[in-house]
Design a protein around this ligand. Sequence first.
Ligand code: PLP
Length: 351
Amino acid sequence: MVPLIDLSRRLQANSATFAAVVQQVMSSGSVLLGSQTIQFEEAFVHFAGTKYGVAVSSGASALQLSLAALGIGEGDEVIVPAMTAVPTASAVCAVGARPVIVDIDDETAAIDFDLVEQAMTGRTQAVIAVHLYGRPVDNLDKLTNFGVKVVEDCAQSHGATKGLTGSIGAYSFYPTKNLGGIGDGGMVVTDDSEVAERLSRLRVHGQSEQYVHIEVSQNHRMSEIEAAWLNIVLAQLEVGNQRRRDIANRYQLANPRIRWQATHSNHVYHWAVALPANREDFRQSMLEHEISTGIHYPLALTQQPALQQFVSAACPVAEKWASKCVSLPCFPELTDSEVDDVCAALSEFEQ
Ligand SMILES: Cc1ncc(COP(=O)(O)O)c(C=O)c1O
């Protein structure tokens, strides 16, 4: 079978280098917020084109702290797209605010700006724009003109955008992401020094100096071992993203008759997503050719049991997207012959 994703390939290719760095961390005696984390923050902000970066324990923490650092909390509303991973919305709940779920654009799966405008109330403090599957949201600057803060959920889009259009950006280093960790991890990026300083406090229980806490927060620290791994794989990210682009382009050329998520020159293809007329037929055909597929995501936020209390408007486009989308194997360590196999299976498929 061609796997949807196989993390062991990346892990094995880097295991000797990693073992040596782990040894250095062990002998340094510093396992949290030490030189590996500082080095990673510096290298990542250079990569992302922002001034400041605060490494945290997960993408969910990155989103939660982004909202908290912007002063969003109890009584506020934050607009989120209906097609995304659930943590985009649960981060809003984590700061005590209310997620307002709006529908997406049918071509790109990005949040629909017209519907954002309609959903705004006097309580709206922010919009979270998700660069879904690694495709940058088009014309994001227009959203910043709506007079509310824009949080960029970059969990799936490392390298798709350079610099920030919104007020703040939240990354995830969950192992399957384009920049995948050895465990959980995340990063908040900003160009605002005061926001960065607040983020650094929020990461460590709201502590401003040892044993002095000037606001209430929790533990959102990244480990040195995670940062050490991320320092190694960050150096491979640009090449990996280009390989993903090349693979996705080949898939689209192999079968232009099926619908694909709209392309973009900076797309980094965290997932290569097709929208065939009949998903079950398509997945069955891929399976017969020994190609694994996945679904991201089978439910829109409006269909999630835990989020029913926040559903105020129907989101038919996102729900239709959830019923059609199929993710194909698209990761840098796929071999050329595996990519050929996927292309052959795609080109034979008639819907
Ligand atoms: C769009 C999006 N936002 C947020 C997250 C949360 O990241 P993490 O799993 O690192 O908490 C993820 C990943 O699951 C994601 O895909």
